[in-house]
Ligand binder design. Structure first.
Ligand SMILES: [Zn+2]
Length: 269
């Protein structure tokens, strides 16, 4: 009884937040989505259920992976270039399974990623090239949880992506050479920040969680024989609590421009 009561009290803030703002996005499917993350396998851990759902509806999706995960081994005799080659191959296979054809590796140093002008310039170029309706990133505000440190590369990629989405990608007067090369300023409609820290939107991944798990398994060099199916299902089930869905991925969604302004922009394009 005492345990039940304490579990109820633990869940109370979550329940109240979801009653207050239960944005489930059940009927929303972007036409073009750009994902910006630090490492191969980040898309699968964080949001491949949502990406698979969107891709199945016909969305064009592009992954930007800032490093090639070349530190992904405990064996000091391994060649980092070989690890990078293997991990890029695994990421491309996982993306294909999820329905994503376009994968770009920026090949920064794994473990030392920084939010620099160079990285922002590269991200602005990709945003202006791909012209996404939605950009998906990590949450730069999370430094650590109960029993883990959020990888600093995740925060660096997210910080650089935030700056690239706003204000740089939509400002024609910055990085003028990109305009000269044909990459015109572009305003993103919505920003999806994958987070378990004050999300305001939950995407139903009940029909796509099997793809998420299968795509994660394709990262053989990192997963080995371990099977994360149960922990992925447990986390997604926890995210879906009180939402009348079985599995969900949580996001903080920011509407960058109004729906009317977005329609005007797409009509003009
Ligand atoms: Zn990572």
């Amino acid at each position: 009884m005492k345990n039940k009561l304490s579990s109820l009290l633990n869940d109370l803030p979550l329940l109240l937040r979801r009653i207050k703002q239960p944005n489930l996005e059940r009927g929303y499917y972007p036409q073009r989505a750009l994902l910006i993350v630090a490492h191969p396998d980040d898309p699968e851990y964080f949001c491949a259920g949502t990406i698979a759902r969107w891709a199945r509806s016909g969305a064009e999706v592009c992954y930007i992976i800032c490093t090639s995960g070349q530190l992904g081994t405990k064996n000091s005799n391994t060649d980092p270039y070989e690890i990078a080659r293997i991990r890029e191959g695994e990421q491309i296979a996982a993306a294909r399974l999820t329905g994503v054809k376009d994968v770009v590796f920026l090949r920064h140093q794994d473990g030392l990623l920084e939010d620099t002008i160079t990285l922002r310039h590269q991200l602005v170029r990709e945003i202006r090239r791909f012209r996404p309706e939605v950009v998906v990133i990590n949450d730069p505000r999370i430094y650590f949880g109960e029993d883990f440190i959020n990888h600093p590369d995740h925060r660096a990629a997210a910080e650089a992506a935030l700056g690239a989405v706003y204000p740089l990608a939509g400002s024609p007067l910055i990085f003028r050479e990109l305009e000269n090369d044909g990459f015109q300023a572009h305003t993103v409609r919505k920003l999806y920040i994958f987070t378990w820290n004050q999300p305001n939107t939950w995407v139903d991944i009940t029909d796509s969680i099997d793809i998420k798990i299968a795509a994660l398994k394709l990262h053989h060099s990192q997963m080995g024989d371990s099977d994360l199916s149960d922990s992925i299902r447990h986390a997604a089930s926890r995210s879906a609590k009180f939402l009348r869905m079985k599995y969900a991925e949580p996001f903080r969604v920011l509407q960058m421009i109004s729906d009317d302004d977005w329609s005007d922009l797409t009509d003009r394009a």
